[in-house]
Design a protein around this ligand. Sequence first.
Ligand SMILES: [Zn+2]
Length: 236
Amino acid sequence: MSRKNRVPLADRVARAAEAALAAQHFVSAIDILVGIGWLDSGAVERWRRGQTDCLEEVVQVNLPRISEAMRLFGSWAIAKGLFPSPTAYVGRTPGRPTLRFSRGGNPAIEASYRTHWVSPELSEKKRERLAETASRAPELVVIQPLNTEWVCNRCGGTGDLLMMETPGPACLRCVGLDDLEYLPAGDALLTRRAKSKSSRYAVVVRFSRTRRRYERQGLLVEPQALADAQQNLEAP
Ligand SMILES: [Zn+2]
């Protein structure tokens, strides 16, 4: 038995919770599962992109253990006097689906997973702002592939940009983003204005082999939003 396993689960949950609370003023079920080492952040990212049916599927322990950890987390949060804050979890895909945590999909269990516990030290206003940010739908991410020999999993076509789906890459026409216009990064003000005027947009990233991570290249925005933003900036 490893040394880690001898630490009681309640202590491991409390330690993960304290760390998340100190870092961000709230704690989520995902913070706990990642913090105690049962879930890796790569799996969370795949789940957010809709590549996994539910989160429990990628947690590395069985259901009774997960339930036990979640029960301990709930008791810890209540004992600490944290405020429960129901949070929306929306997928990072154009359909904006509500993400599922549990295999069974029981509403009460889903609700407990979606509850963020917020520090009582924050003012009511700050708590509200935090809740708003946490529930915001994540940005859509479009990839500029390094390998240009890719094939769309839906239509067999290809293109300069793709979006990752569970079965594989998809072209922008198939995901319904092909009407958007590319705005390269560089002009921060124009980017911010165009984004705020565009009801649909996606972030364009490319993998950097040297830095070993995805880097922002620019934004896809509605052509009208871009034209309006440009015109506003040119106006005296
Ligand atoms: Zn396609």
